[in-house]
Design a protein around this ligand. Structure first.
Ligand SMILES: Cc1cc2nc3c(=O)[nH]c(=O)nc-3n(C[C@H](O)[C@H](O)[C@H](O)COP(=O)(O)O)c2cc1C
Length: 339
């Protein structure tokens, strides 16, 4: 059909059609349609937007609430009785999950139960009354079979030894570390890590990334207040990196998300480079509402063409510290084969 049409339509018309298809106006329409599809997909999928929660929604929501409690449990100055909102969210999601008839040996479900179990144990040890939580946990106590959530105690020495090992050791002994020693970070170590990260692959080698290195304490505090993800952690934080992607380096509608891919890959290389250079790092989300986005852009003089990818808080390790366990799924659950 296409070939027959090509024979009937005059050459000049075909050229005009080709030109139109390559025109900016058509590309802008394609962009709108792709963005519309993005919005439809996200709206139909995300657990914060859907009314009826799927299995995927429920296990992710369990992890979301449980992680917030794990973070609280790993805090240096434990604030007894913390996390009422996260506990309410966790109990409510666990209940929907259980009533949905989903598997009770699921890693995420078990991890959620373990977090509450550790929460109760720690409060018992401090003789702090959390009767309501204990009562709510009672129906789940016998379902809790695997202790895979909560916190881990780490030692600087073990982490630094692992960074000298092979890639597997390096990866396995990397944990998001949120509190730091008083030792300031030498900017040369940051620069070295950025140099290593420049080797990150990117679309057509366009390298659409940028890093802002902040070592001014007053600015770090202002950024963290707006970012909001390191509350009650971040002691002695002296260095904050902001990773951006440059919209000007991208081309057409199909590349609308490419800055997040390349920027994310760059950020991951940077995270490992910092880790291998013996620095303690935590990625911090850069998912802002419009007001915070505007305020941060003004504060840090960020171009309107650039997008936030992620921030990295960086410091030196304390001798010993706690981190959330952040249990991972089994690889078989995320892998399919087409053989
Ligand atoms: C994009 C991104 C954003 C994150 N944002 C935050 C944050 O705002 N606050 C925080 O304490 N941790 C944050 N984290 C760290 C995660 O909680 C952590 O990576 C996860 O629990 C896995 O633990 P691990 O890094 O120790 O293996 C973020 C991680 C990523 C990758």
């Amino acid at each position: 059909m296409k070939d027959r049409l090509k024979k009937i339509i005059p050459d000049s018309w075909l050229k005009a059609i080709r030109r139109l298809r390559q025109s900016r106006i058509v590309k802008k329409i394609q962009l709108l349609l792709l963005v519309k599809d993005d919005v439809t997909r996200f709206n139909a999928s995300a657990f914060g937007l859907r009314k009826h929660q799927t299995y995927g929604n429920l296990i992710s929501a369990i992890t979301f609430h449980a992680h917030s409690i794990e973070k609280g449990l790993s805090h240096q100055n434990l604030r007894l009785g913390f996390g009422k909102k996260a506990l309410a969210g966790l109990f409510s999601t666990l209940k929907t999950y259980k009533e949905g008839g989903y598997p009770l040996d699921d890693i995420r479900f078990q991890s959620g139960l373990s977090v509450i179990d550790e929460y109760i144990r720690i409060h018992n040890a401090h003789d702090f009354n959390i009767e309501e939580t204990k009562i709510r946990f009672e129906p789940y106590r016998t379902l809790h079979t695997t202790a895979i959530g909560g916190t881990l105690d780490l030692r600087k020495e073990d982490i630094l030894t692992a960074t000298k090992g092979n890639f597997n050791d390096l990866v396995k002994m990397r944990f998001s570390t949120r509190d730091y020693s008083v030792q300031k970070v030498d900017v040369q170590l940051i620069n070295q890590s950025i140099v290593t990260s420049m080797k990150t692959p990117s679309i057509c080698n366009r390298q659409p990334w940028e890093v802002i290195v902040i070592q001014n304490k007053a600015i770090i505090d202002q950024v963290l207040t707006l970012q909001g993800g390191l509350t009650e952690h971040g002691s002695h934080l002296s260095t904050l990196l902001v990773v951006l992607s440059k919209g000007e380096y991208l081309m057409g509608p199909e590349e609308r998300n490419q800055g997040y891919v390349d920027g994310g890959m760059f950020a991951m290389t940077l995270l490992y480079a910092l880790h291998q250079n013996g620095l303690a790092v935590c990625p911090l989300n850069a998912d802002f509402n419009r007001k915070i986005d505007r305020n941060l852009r003004t504060l840090l003089s960020i171009s309107p063409h650039d997008s936030f990818i992620v921030m990295l808080s960086v410091g030196h390790y304390m001798e010993s510290y706690k981190v959330p366990r952040s249990q991972r799924d089994d690889f078989s659950e995320i892998t399919t084969y087409i053989l």
